[in-house]
Design a protein around this ligand. Sequence first.
Ligand code: NDP
Length: 334
Amino acid sequence: STQVQLVARPHGWPTREDFRTVAVELPPLGPGQVRVENAFVSVDPYMRGRMNDQKSYTPPFALGETMTGGAIGTVVASTADGYAVGDVVLHQLGWRDVAQGDAAGFRVVPALPGVPLSAYLGVLGMTGYTAYVGLTQIAPVAAGETVFISGAAGAVGTAAGQIARLLGASRVVGSAGSAEKVALLTDRYGFDAALDYKQAPVRAQLPALVPEGVDVYFDNVGGDHLEAALDVMNRGGRVALCGAIAGYNATGRTPGPDNMATIITQGLTLRGFTLGDHLQHYGQFTTDMSAWFQAGRIVFDETVVDGIDHAVDAFLDLLRGANIGKMVVRTTPG
Ligand code: NDP
């Protein structure tokens, strides 16, 4: 099995030298275990946090050990009841091309015909669910409302824009880091307007795009984006604090918004969440998302990087914004 390990804790932006790729000999399967050839492994922004030696909602990656993360693949050997060779399984032993372990850690996926397995790491899985929980449970969207989404051209953001619309939002506005991404948001993902945060400060651009203010802000970025959103929130507005990627590679403490008083004067609710605390809605998500998906009401993009040897490059590219939609690593050909 080819596996990727963390060998040094990044200070600021990670570099390739913080990782190594190793060949690991897998032992014979024990009782109740499966061996899986991964088709795709996921790289996600939250993994940057796990590279630091600090307490968080997931424990830090251990130095010199193979990292973990979402992955999907096919069972190639099994000693476990209920797992047959050929079954497609979702699991957390990513960052490697072949995974093996106790069957309890692997969930059989009833794969839909014609849907690439990578979609179960993205729009039909973790990132789609994150968008869904944020807009139905954390900062619920009501019909006729205006929704602003940052990081809008990424995996969570592209799902969030479409879900906001399906929940009845009358105006959906997004931000992203290039002209190409901004065009994609309005042309493909149904956003009414979008801004390129690299062209001018968000605070200078956002007000003109939301003439009636913002009722729901889905925050993937934090920092300048959160500050700009607070400026234009309507009374009773809701903010889902999903991510704060603007600060993930910061070396010091990151400042809070300079306009916190708006939370008081506009009676806002800002609520942070990690999806692990909200898994009770997963059944409803699967029902709703499968229906939308099969009705052709959800589109998605993926940026696919080939080869486990390039998983680190994929992760670094993700932090830099080289991806459109979900960033995944394809670990087997085809
Ligand atoms: P994305 O596909 O959105 O990829 C990350 C994107 O972040 C990049 O494409 C880049 O796009 C953007 N970005 C990078 N740096 C900055 C910056 N300084 N300012 C603004 N944008 C930046 O990843 P995900 O969809 O997987 O995750 C999106 C967010 O959701 C992340 O913050 C992540 O941590 C969070 N998350 C939270 C979960 C939860 O349970 N709370 C679960 C899953 C994700 P661009 O070109 O536009 O800069």
